[in-house]
Ligand binder design. Structure first.
Ligand code: AMP
Ligand code: MG
Length: 394
């Protein structure tokens, strides 16, 4: 059995292969940029009016004659002589001879003549060429998580495709003779299988949608065969159940028979003690305890960071938040605890139903309160560390 810190260290020091693909920008949401982006054009690429108003060559005069019009999209060259102005609209090309745009709210108009009631500073309301970015500038760095703003910005630069890190394909292998699919009344001794959809949803929330689910009965033969099948599909395999020390727990042996090498087994933590982690060539395997709350807790603390690492994140652990404990609390277990908890206004309350089989209060937890193994007493108002379950993907 290893401490939590060592298990996390093993995840951190595991080298993963990050693969890259070129995608259309509309398919890049949530992916990590795998290349530096240099601006292919100036933005704006011509001098643009920032206002609806009048473009002119700045002078002391307040009266100008309006000669022509420039609207958004017009490309023609318009000459402007002293004391002449051009009617102009937002986004339109500012004539080369003009240096200033006066907003229309500061102008009174009579026929072809305008009188400026408030002259702006010279150069006002003209967006210079390259004001936002210039051709060749490094504008987005490799490692950025692409959001809608970044994608809009890329589109504005005329960029159609970008290189992003591929996200891993995941297999979920569910083991257990007692498991029954939803749809029929429960048979005696059976429980509804719930880990597959729970893990699938956790993956989906993180943007991983290439997921296949496999099932195995509690025999060595079935477990071995289905691990093999599941490995044929995925980069990362998540196994549910069968990793404890019971007579019908065959996952560890079956992993060995599939030449998956163990990187760790059993962590001094609650829930999730029997977590197993291993590797076969470039593929990773987590064998999660079958108890649903253990499986999910292990997912957040160990599986998600590895998946994020494979997906190109450099900051791949869920963020920690400091909070004050709502109550006194004792940890006499000698284990590191991950407690289902609710954080409101900086105060964290441990929720009931902490047993590893219970998801009822996980459903309303927004953090996992982490109590290190050596901390035996927490007093009300003490500062504690929580894992933020709501901030999922930065
Ligand atoms: P195991 O890790 O296989 O010993 O299972 C531990 C506990 O979790 C048992 O009570 C199982 O019935 C339960 N369990 C295992 N797999 C699942 C699953 N897929 N969905 C819901 N409960 C499960
Ligand atoms: Mg089992």
């Amino acid at each position: 059995m290893i401490p939590v810190t060592q298990a996390i260290h093993i995840i951190d020091s595991t080298v993963v292969s990050q693969r890259i693909k070129k995608v259309k920008i509309a398919k890049s949401l949530g992916f990590i940029l795998a290349e530096d982006i240099f601006a292919p054009i100036n933005m704006p690429s011509f001098r643009q009016s920032a206002m609806d108003g009048y473009a002119l060559k700045w002078s002391d005069s307040t009266t100008y004659t309006v000669t022509e019009e420039s609207k958004a999209g017009d490309a023609k060259h318009i000459a402007i002589h002293p004391l002449e102005a051009v009617r102009i609209f937002t986004g339109a090309k500012v004539p080369d001879d003009a240096d200033t745009v006066v907003m229309q709210e500061h102008v009174t108009k009579q026929d072809k003549s305008i009188t400026i009631t408030k002259m702006p500073n010279k150069g006002s309301n003209v967006r210079p060429v390259g004001e936002q970015v210039s051709t060749g500038d490094l504008v987005l760095k490799k490692g950025l998580k692409l959001n809608e703003a970044a994608i809009g910005f890329l589109a504005g630069l005329g960029i159609q495709r970008v290189a992003v890190f591929k996200t891993p394909k995941v297999s979920i292998l569910v083991t257990g003779n007692e498991l029954q699919r939803q749809g029929k009344p429960l048979k005696e001794g059976a429980i509804y299988e719930s880990n597959a959809v729970m893990l699938k949803m956790a993956l989906q929330r993180f943007g991983l949608t290439q997921v296949k689910v496999f099932y195995a009965k509690d025999t060595l033969k079935a477990t071995k065969k289905n691990i093999k099948r599941a490995l044929e599909y995925c980069d990362v395999l998540l196994i549910s159940g069968g990793i404890s020390v019971g007579d019908y727990d065959f996952v560890k042996e079956a992993l060995g028979k599939n030449d998956v090498d163990e990187l760790f087994y059993k962590i001094n933590q609650k829930p999730g003690k029997p977590l197993w982690f291993g590797k076969k060539d470039q593929q990773f395997v987590f064998a999660l305890p079958g108890n649903p709350a253990s499986a999910l807790s292990c997912f957040y603390v160990y599986v998600l960071p590895l998946l994020k690492k494979c997906s190109g994140y450099s900051d791949y652990h869920l963020p920690r938040i400091q909070a004050k404990s709502a109550t006194d609390f004792k940890n006499t277990s000698g284990k590191t605890l991950f407690l289902k908890a609710s954080l409101q206004d900086g105060i964290v309350s441990v929720l009931p139903s902490q047993q590893s089989s219970m998801l009822n209060t996980f459903a309303t937890s927004n953090v996992l309160l982490m109590v290190p193994k050596h901390v035996e007493t927490i007093k009300k108002q003490d500062q504690v560390s929580c894992i933020n379950l709501e901030c999922y993907g930065n």
